[in-house]
Design a protein around this ligand. Structure first.
Ligand SMILES: Nc1nc2c(ncn2[C@@H]2O[C@H](COP(=O)(O)OP(=O)(O)OP(=O)(O)O)[C@@H](O)[C@H]2O)c(=O)[nH]1
Ligand SMILES: [Mg+2]
Length: 370
């Protein structure tokens, strides 16, 4: 029988750095000679993360339409589909950033129902410093207590935590965050890293190499509060096609879309959890992001190209009515395209509030305790 695949799930709130971390980990395992498969996840189709990771050359399966917890069989089917091409040694999975209770609904069922197929690595949860500091120090402006509840539950079920973005953080800030985390979840190891530069990743890889006794922290969770917290978010996935009679700078267009949307959302006083947009043209790809209302839009992956047309996908997770979000995204995209001398055709837009989580399985006790 084939050796078990290693299942590594990396959690954390929207925009924390999960995809960037998974990309870095995938490259590190490939360097060690491991075959890697990645599974992305969203409530709807047209995912920036899937397109971005595939463009980077990784083998990616997508669970779209519901989160891993509510669509557990789709997760195992997607891994099975990855196995058909080339059986991965390591499966890296990114759950939806507003989900929690993943130990009870994903890790424990996986161990129980597919235990011969997988070994499970410690479950790591990434912290976005600006977001984490505001919630953990009690300055909750912009976040409702329900959103803060989900965030804290994500920390509680982690086997280890990663303070991300240390490339952009003064040492004193890192130390302050570490103290806040130690108060919130005493005893949980805290690593500090930068998914952008790779600093601190040796320790992350070492932690993930550990085996046995992980993925066992089953939460006490109020599903009403959890559902209400998720439903505060407006969720939008939109795919569009941009064309031009001449060439245009793809990266500028992506940044312009995010910048204009940021301005519009600020006028509505709507808190952004994560805005991301990818543009693809003839093998080139660029990604622009905004990870909070009080930071600047950034080009996280530059295409460096002058395009003639582009497939563009916009994903937005914002505390706002989804219908209003659709209007603002459409007007931001149209204005950005007009400014860059391009024409836009919207293909498909889905916008909604996430529905109540109804997990396929929910284990009340870890297998080890039964
Ligand atoms: N400076 C800095 N930026 C980072 C780091 N890690 C991630 N980012 C940026 O943060 C943004 C969000 O990163 P993602 O990896 O897409 O975050 P995510 O958790 O996958 O987001 P969702 O899938 O929407 O929940 C991107 O613009 C990244 O470039 C880091 O270590 N340092
Ligand atoms: Mg992601």
């Amino acid at each position: 029988m084939a050796a078990p695949m290693r299942f590594i799930m990396i959690g954390g709130f929207l925009g924390a750095g999960k995809t960037t971390t998974i990309s870095r980990l995938a490259a590190a395992y490939q360097k060690r000679g491991r075959k890697v498969g990645i599974v992305t996840n969203d409530q709807a189709a047209d995912l920036v993360d899937t397109k971005s990771l595939r463009s980077q050359g990784f083998d990616v399966g997508e669970v779209a339409g519901a989160c891993f917890c509510c669509n557990f069989n789709e997760l195992t089917d997607t891994v099975a589909a990855l196995e058909v091409e080339q059986r991965p040694d390591v499966v890296l999975a990114e759950p939806v950033g507003s989900c929690t209770d993943l130990v009870a609904t994903v890790i424990q069922p996986l161990l129980h129902l597919c235990g011969a197929k997988f070994t499970v690595s410690p479950y790591g949860v990434i912290l976005k410093p600006s977001h984490g500091r505001r919630i953990l120090s009690g300055e909750e402006q912009g976040f409702s207590p329900k959103a803060a509840y989900i965030f804290k539950k994500q920390l509680e079920e982690a086997d280890f935590l990663i303070i991300n973005r240390i490339d952009a953080l003064p040492t004193a800030e890192v130390e302050r965050l570490r103290q806040l985390l130690e108060q919130e979840v005493p005893g949980t190891p805290v690593l500090c890293a930068s998914a952008k530069t790779g600093e601190g990743f040796a320790a992350v890889l070492e932690m993930l190499d550990q085996q046995g006794g992980f993925g066992e922290k089953i939460l006490e969770l109020d599903y009403d509060l959890y559902a209400e917290g998720e439903a505060e978010l407006g969720w939008l996935n939109s795919s569009l096609r941009v064309t031009s009679g001449s060439t245009f700078v793809l990266d500028d267009l992506l940044l312009e879309i995010v910048s204009r949307l940021k301005e519009k959302l600020a006028k509505d006083d709507a808190e952004t959890a994560h805005l991301k947009t990818i543009g693809l043209w003839e093998g080139f790809y660029g990604v622009a992001n905004l990870v909070s209302s009080d930071t600047m839009p950034e080009l996280s992956l530059a295409s460096g190209c002058q395009a003639r047309s582009a497939e563009v996908v916009v994903n937005a997770r914002v505390a706002i009515d989804p219908q209003r979000l659709t209007e603002l995204v459409e007007s931001a995209v149209r204005e950005a395209c007009r400014a860059s001398g391009t024409q836009v055709e919207f293909r498909e837009t889905q916008s909604f509030r996430p529905g109540r989580p109804l997990p396929t399985h929910r284990y009340r006790k870890a297998l080890a305790e039964q």
